[in-house]
Design a protein around this ligand. Structure first.
Ligand SMILES: [Zn+2]
Length: 259
């Protein structure tokens, strides 16, 4: 978007008194509050203050993480070489989509990403559906390693998997926005059992994913962490496809599973 000089539409000044978190003591006494003047400048390019703007600003670290992950992935694919212009463009396109996707109704931020002492949950009040808050709250119960070490789509799929179980029990409408990641994780659960999924998600026993895949596909075909990562990447790809059915055949599920 070309940057132009914003045109000022209005200026609003307000005097406010801010309660201080810590009392301020000096020679004149003890102060519990401080005076402050707030000046809102609205321009033709927005005031940077709307719910959309705040939401987008908070979303940025998460989209950046996803972009970093994609970049590392592509670099690995290139045998350690830098990304080609086309790859860079693809990664950048996904980042822009992450930042501007009007269907993103909420997200969970680790304390680290939020720069706060505690993790934060953001909900966009004009976009949320019946299960948005439930989904975001479940993230808080996940072991931190899930978000830290697994691809974004695997983490989302697991979160949505448990969200939908509660939603079904409570008769809440299910949002289709996580269909892809959900389907991929459902396949994993069907093959390796829900208990395994629970141990991975709530207790952070990520090695169980590897162990189960080794048992299923054989040690010789799955020996290194790299291979595990590429399977995690595969899960992410499955999560993106609108039709995961063809992947389930490729993964040769045992008879009677995944039908
Ligand atoms: Zn989520």
């Amino acid at each position: 978007m070309p940057r132009t000089t914003p045109e000022i539409r209005s200026v609003k000044a307000r005097a406010i008194v801010v309660p201080l978190k810590r009392l301020l003591k000096n020679a004149f006494g003890v102060f519990e509050a401080a005076p402050l003047v707030l000046i809102d400048v609205a321009t033709d390019q927005g005031d940077g203050n709307s719910a959309d703007d705040q939401f987008a600003a908070a979303l940025q670290p998460q989209c950046r993480n996803e972009r970093d992950w994609e970049t590392r992935r592509k670099k690995d694919e290139n045998g350690g070489k830098a990304l080609t212009p086309a790859q860079k463009q693809e990664v950048e396109g996904r980042y822009q989509y992450c930042m501007t996707n009007p269907r993103t109704a909420g997200f969970y931020q680790t304390a680290e990403d939020a720069g706060e002492k505690k993790p934060q949950i953001w909900i966009h009040r004009n976009r949320e559906t019946a299960t948005t808050r439930l989904h975001e709250s479940l993230h808080a119960y996940a072991n931190p390693d899930v978000a830290r070490k697994l691809p974004h789509f695997a983490s989302e799929g697991m979160t949505e998997y448990f969200t939908r179980q509660i939603a079904l029990r409570k008769n809440l409408a299910i949002s289709p926005s996580y269909d892809g990641p959900f389907n991929a994780i459902q396949e994993f659960s069907a093959r390796f059992g829900e208990d395994t999924l629970k141990q991975v998600y709530f207790q952070g026993q990520l090695s169980l994913i590897c162990k189960n895949l080794v048992e299923r596909f054989g040690e010789e075909r799955l020996t290194s962490v790299d291979q595990f990562e590429s399977i995690a990447y595969g899960l992410a790809l499955i999560g993106r496809t609108p039709d995961p059915e063809r992947w389930t055949i490729a993964a040769s599920l045992p008879d009677g599973v995944g039908a």
